[in-house]
Design a binder for this molecule. Structure first.
Ligand code: F6P
Length: 428
């Protein structure tokens, strides 16, 4: 199932049926073509097609004879989902269709890298992306394929990397667009090193992808988290309670930081700034002294005390594994309740932060990522991740970014401003 790019549509619309029809019939009997950049129809070529009932076959670099070149793209969404995955894929597909005269085949791998490993895919047409701009989740499904297990065979003995290479090659893909976060980007880099044409797009609600100022998913998740804080505030105020709200972010605290500031939290605890419980208690007491009936403590999933941060990593991991309560917010809430004698409740919006529709900014950024990725593909630029730096879309080499995280800077601007506003990070 191939769809056609710009010139073909133009021909059909402007010059009637005959020449395009002949082109279609002629294509139908062509051997399966490979490679997209060997020969691309030019404007002159397109005109030639219009006036010849049967275009002259051309011998391409790969030895195949054909009149149109073929672009075969693969799409996959990997890791935790987010609201703007479909919007991003729509951006890629629309831009490609609008800017190439090639025939285009679109393969959507199901459930992330699992689809590529097991050759499970659907062939898509541009129509499949209708309505995708505002549709959360991912039409392809997703899964986590941990990078550290990449060279460990699957339970059924399948070797992941060789299987992915084989399936990519069998489908004669020209490019694989991978929408994923850090771990997924590492895998993308590995596939690029193995010779596959890969373009990674920076997906994650966590905004922790190194090399880009923004990731798609972040603003929508921040919006959900902020709304959660807003909603909790009204009930917290009615009852005069302290609420501990746990926001996603195991290793980094971008969402807690942004949502905490946007929601007017009194305390924000992020993994990058280890806290001292004495300081948290001080902040709650000050809020009370200042006349506040309630207090909002935003904690990242990975909020860590100074004492815990000083532990060897493996001891800390053991401590977390041995936790009896469901998550860090409950431990913190219990300690606050004991030390302040206040009524304390916990709220965990959890995966709602990844759910629902993308917000307007996410739709725009996802679209920009899609456009940039498609342009890179059409110009034969692979082994890259799409990024935004200082408000400008750009491409960064995968090997420069893969495996690195972008952390909240404890001395960064927003942290500094939040502190000036009186928000406590539990560190002073
Ligand atoms: O990576 C995004 C993220 O939502 C994190 O913020 C969160 O800690 C984690 O995924 C949750 O993972 P899972 O969906 O596997 O429960």
């Amino acid at each position: 199932m191939a769809a056609k790019g710009r010139w073909h549509l133009w021909q059909a619309g402007t010059f009637g049926r005959l020449a395009p029809l002949a082109g279609y019939l002629w294509q139908a009997r062509q051997p399966s073509p490979t490679g997209i950049f060997a020969a691309r129809p030019t404007v002159a070529g397109a005109h030639a097609l219009l006036w010849e009932t049967v275009p002259n076959p051309v011998t391409h670099e790969d030895g195949n004879e054909r009149g149109f070149s073929m672009l075969r793209i693969g799409l996959l969404t990997s890791g935790g989902d987010c609201q703007a995955l479909n919007a991003t894929m729509r951006g890629i597909v629309k831009t490609i269709m609008n800017n190439t005269s090639d025939e285009v085949e679109i393969y959507g791998f199901l459930d992330g890298y699992q689809g590529l490993i097991y050759n499970r895919y659907v062939q898509l047409t541009p129509l499949d992306f209708g309505g995708c701009l505002s549709r959360g989740g991912t039409i392809l499904g997703t899964s986590r394929t941990p990078f550290k297990l990449l060279d460990t065979p699957e339970a059924d003995g399948v070797s992941k990397v060789p299987a992915m290479k084989k399936n990519y090659k069998n489908l004669k893909l020209d490019c694989l667009f991978m929408l994923g976060g850090n771990g997924s980007t590492k895998t993308a880099n590995r596939l690029a090193e193995e010779g596959l044409n890969v373009i990674a797009l920076p997906k994650t609600i966590d905004n922790d992808t190194y090399g880009t100022d923004l990731t798609f998913g972040f603003t929508s998740a921040t919006e959900v988290a902020t709304r959660c804080i807003d909603d909790i505030k009204t009930t917290a105020s009615s009852h005069g309670r302290v609420f501990v709200i746990e926001i996603m972010g195991h290793k980094v605290g971008w969402i807690p930081l942004y949502a905490g500031v946007a929601g007017g939290a009194d305390v924000i605890l992020v993994p990058e700034i280890p806290y001292e419980m004495d300081n948290v208690i001080k902040a709650i007491e000050k809020r009370e002294e200042d006349g506040g009936r309630f207090a909002i403590i935003v904690v990242a999933e990975g909020a860590i005390s100074r004492e815990e941060a000083a532990m060897p990593k493996k001891d800390y991991k053991k401590l977390v594994a041995a936790r009896v309560k469901p998550s860090v917010a409950y431990d913190i809430a219990e300690e606050i309740a004991q030390r302040t004698n206040r009524e304390v409740r916990v709220a965990v919006p959890g995966h709602t932060q990844r759910g629902g529709q993308p917000d307007a900014q996410d739709r725009i950024f996802a679209t920009q990522c899609g456009v940039e990725a498609a342009q890179a593909c059409l110009s034969g630029k692979f082994g890259i991740m799409i990024a935004q730096r200082n408000g400008k879309m750009c491409r960064v080499p995968l090997e420069e970014v893969a495996g690195k995280l972008k952390f909240v800077d404890p001395d960064g601007e927003l942290v500094r401003e939040a502190k000036l506003l009186g928000i406590s990070f539990g560190d002073e």
